[in-house]
Design a protein around this ligand. Structure first.
Ligand SMILES: [Zn+2]
Length: 536
C-alpha cells in the first residue's frame, strides 16, 4: 500500500483553481482551495451565478466542486434535496473531512472556494494572508462564494437556503504559521465588521515555532515573493518524505531574496516531491519591479496634468513603487478606499515595509461621491478626515491634477466624469488580457481613455499582442530560467508541474531522455490532469 497519495482536483493543466489533496497515514490536507475561473466561465458569467438558494449543489452538479461529502458547510445543503444520494454515484465521490487547508496566498484562484468548506476545518497560512482575506472580503460584495475569512450561516426553509436572520457572522478557524507578535491592534482589525449583523470574532491560533504538526504530518511555512504581500510556500513532512508546494512565486520582485531563501532551505530537505508552478515559463528575461518604477517615474515626469496609475487590484508592491515614483516627481499618490483598507490590513498584520496610512504623507485617499458608503469606508474615512489633506475629493483633483497620481482601475473609470481631466496620462501597469472578456474590457478602457483625450502609457497591445509597450508591468510569476534553477537546486525525486498550461516546457527540460538537469540529477516528471491521483 502506498504511504502517500496526492489527488489533483483542479489546478492541473490550467492556471488557477489550485486544489490538491495530500493524504498520508490518517491525515489529509488540502494545498489551497481556489476558485477555477476558467471552469466557472464555462457555465457562468457576471449575471449568471450559481444559485445561492441552492448552496453547494449547483457547483457540485457542474463539477466545479468535487463530490466530497463531509468536506463542505452543512448549512449550504438543502436537507430535503438529499444531494448526496444523487452525487454519491459520481466516480470521485468520497465521504471524508480533511484535517486542514494550507493557504499559500490571498489571490482568489487559491483561496476562493474555501468559502464552501466546513468552517471547522482550520486554514493554515501566514498572518498577512489571513488579514488580507478579511480585508478583501470586507470590501467585496457579499455572497456565498466570498466567505473565505468569515461567513453568515444559512438556514433551509421551504426547500431553499437563506441567511439566518439576526445571526452574527462567524470567523473560520485560522492558524498563523509565521509566529506573529499578536497585538491589540491586530485583534481590533480582525474583529471589525461591516455588516449590521456583527461578527463573532474567533482569534487566530498562533503557531509557536517554524513547524506545526497536523496529525501524522509536519507543516513548514516559507515566505516567498509574489504579486500580493504575504505569499507563502509549504513543505510537508510525510512518512514517505518531504512534499514541497511552491504556491505562486517569483525571483524578480522586491522580495526575491525570500524566494531564494525558500529554495535553499527546501533543497536541504531533499524532498520526494516538488509541486512547482509554471505560469510563465516562456518568459526568459522578466521585467523587474524596480524597472517598472523607473518607467513610471519617466511617464509621470513628462505629464503636466493628471496621471492615472492602473495596476490591478491588491498589487500593494506596485502601489508602493508608484508612491515612490510620484514622490520623486513632487506628487502624492491618491489611492481608493479599497486599497486603503488593504493597507490597514497589512499594518494590522505587522507586514514588513507596510506604509503607515495615517502618517505617510506620500499617500492620500480618494473619496468618491457615493450614495451609500459602506460601514468599513465610513470608519476608514472618519479616521482620515482629521488629517489635513489626507482625503481628496473629485473636485480637489480637478482643481489641482498636477499634485496627484491617482490609482484607478477599470471599475473606477466612471469617476472620471466628476474629475474631468483636461489633460492627462493613463499608465497601464497591469497584466495583458487573457480571454475574450478581458479583451472586451480593454476595448472599453481604450474608449474611456480616448473620450477624455488621455495619453496611454504601457499599451497592452491588440489581441495578437501587437503594439504592446513593454516595461510598465512585471509578472507575479517565476520565469523559465528561474524554474530550471529552482528544480536543479531543490533536486526532487518527483517533479509535478501545476498552475500551468505549459507542459511542453517541463517535458523539454525535465522529460525522460533529456540530459541531466543538475549534476547527475533528473527528476521523475509527472504531468497531472484533473482528477489524477499520484500514489507513492
Ligand atoms: Zn497568485
Amino acid at each position: 500500500m502506498s504511504q502517500l497519495k496526492l489527488t489533483f482536483y483542479d489546478g492541473a493543466g490550467t492556471i488557477g483553481g489550485n486544489r490538491f489533496l495530500l493524504e498520508a497515514g490518517d491525515t489529509s490536507l488540502f494545498l489551497d482551495f481556489g476558485t477555477s475561473f476558467k471552469k466557472e466561465a464555462q457555465f457562468f458569467d457576471e449575471f449568471l451565478k450559481p444559485r445561492s438558494t441552492a448552496g453547494v449543489e449547483d457547483l457540485i452538479e457542474l463539477g466545479l466542486l468535487p463530490p466530497l461529502e463531509g468536506t463542505y458547510r452543512k448549512d449550504l445543503e438543502v436537507p430535503e434535496r438529499r444531494i448526496w444520494e444523487r452525487f454519491g454515484g459520481r466516480p470521485q465521490y468520497r465521504r471524508f473531512r480533511p484535517d486542514a487547508v494550507l493557504l499559500s496566498h490571498g489571490h482568489m484562484d487559491h483561496s476562493g472556494y474555501i468559502s464552501f468548506l466546513d468552517p471547522t476545518i482550520p486554514v493554515l497560512t501566514g498572518t498577512t494572508t489571513a488579514f488580507l482575506t478579511k480585508a478583501i472580503q470586507d470590501t467585496n460584495s457579499s455572497g456565498q462564494e466570498r466567505e473565505v475569512c468569515y461567513y453568515s450561516a444559512r438556514e433551509a426553509k421551504d426547500g431553499i437556503l437563506r441567511t439566518q436572520r439576526m445571526a452574527p457572522n462567524s470567523h473560520r478557524k485560522f492558524t498563523l504559521l509565521d509566529c506573529p507578535q499578536n497585538s491589540q491592534a491586530e485583534q481590533g482589525f480582525w474583529a471589525e465588521c461591516d455588516s449590521s449583523r456583527g461578527l463573532e470574532p474567533v482569534p487566530p491560533t498562533l503557531c509557536d515555532g517554524p513547524e506545526m504538526a497536523v496529525g501524522d504530518l509536519v507543516v513548514r511555512y516559507f515566505p516567498v515573493d509574489h504579486s500580493i504581500p504575504g505569499a507563502g510556500a509549504f513543505a510537508i513532512k510525510t512518512p514517505a518524505g518531504w512534499i514541497v508546494y511552491t504556491g505562486d512565486l517569483r525571483l524578480h520582485g522586491s522580495h526575491g531574496a525570500s524566494t531564494r531563501k525558500f529554495i535553499d532551505e527546501v533543497a536541504g530537505l531533499q524532498p520526494l516531491v516538488l509541486l512547482c508552478e509554471g505560469t510563465h515559463p516562456g518568459t526568459t528575461k522578466p521585467v523587474a519591479e524596480s524597472s517598472v518604477r523607473d518607467r513610471a517615474e519617466e511617464a509621470i515626469a513628462k505629464e503636466p496634468g493628471l496621471v492615472i496609475a492602473d495596476f490591478g487590484a491588491r498589487n500593494i508592491e506596485r502601489l508602493l513603487l508608484f508612491a515612490e515614483a510620484a514622490d520623486a516627481c513632487g506628487r502624492r499618490l491618491a489611492i481608493t478606499t479599497k486599497d486603503a483598507h488593504l493597507l490597514r490590513a497589512l499594518e494590522a498584520a505587522g507586514e514588513e515595509g507596510a506604509p503607515d496610512l495615517l502618517g505617510d504623507r506620500r499617500i492620500a485617499v480618494y473619496a468618491r461621491q457615493k450614495g451609500s458608503i459602506q460601514r468599513w469606508e465610513t470608519s476608514l474615512l472618519s479616521r482620515l478626515e482629521g488629517i489635513s489633506g489626507k482625503v481628496v475629493t473629485a473636485r480637489e483633483m480637478r482643481d489641482d491634477p498636477a499634485s496627484y497620481v491617482l490609482c484607478f482601475s477599470f471599475y473606477d473609470l466612471p469617476d472620471l466624469v466628476d474629475i474631468r481631466p483636461a489633460h492627462g496620462t493613463y499608465i497601464y501597469s497591469s497584466s495583458e488580457a487573457f480571454n475574450e472578456e478581458t479583451h472586451i474590457d480593454l476595448d472599453r478602457l481604450r474608449n474611456w481613455i480616448a473620450h477624455f483625450g488621455l495619453v496611454l502609457a504601457g499599451d497592452p497591445g491588440d489581441r495578437a499582442g501587437r503594439g504592446r509597450e513593454q516595461g510598465f508591468h512585471a509578472s507575479g510569476h517565476i520565469h523559465g530560467p528561474g524554474i530550471v534553477e529552482l528544480v536543479e537546486k531543490v533536486k526532487p525525486e518527483v517533479l509535478v508541474p501545476i498552475h500551468t498550461e505549459s507542459h511542453d516546457f517541463f517535458e523539454q527540460h525535465f522529460g525522460a531522455g533529456q540530459p541531466a538537469g543538475g549534476p547527475g540529477h533528473l527528476p521523475r516528471l509527472v504531468i497531472p490532469h484533473e482528477g489524477y491521483v499520484l500514489a507513492l
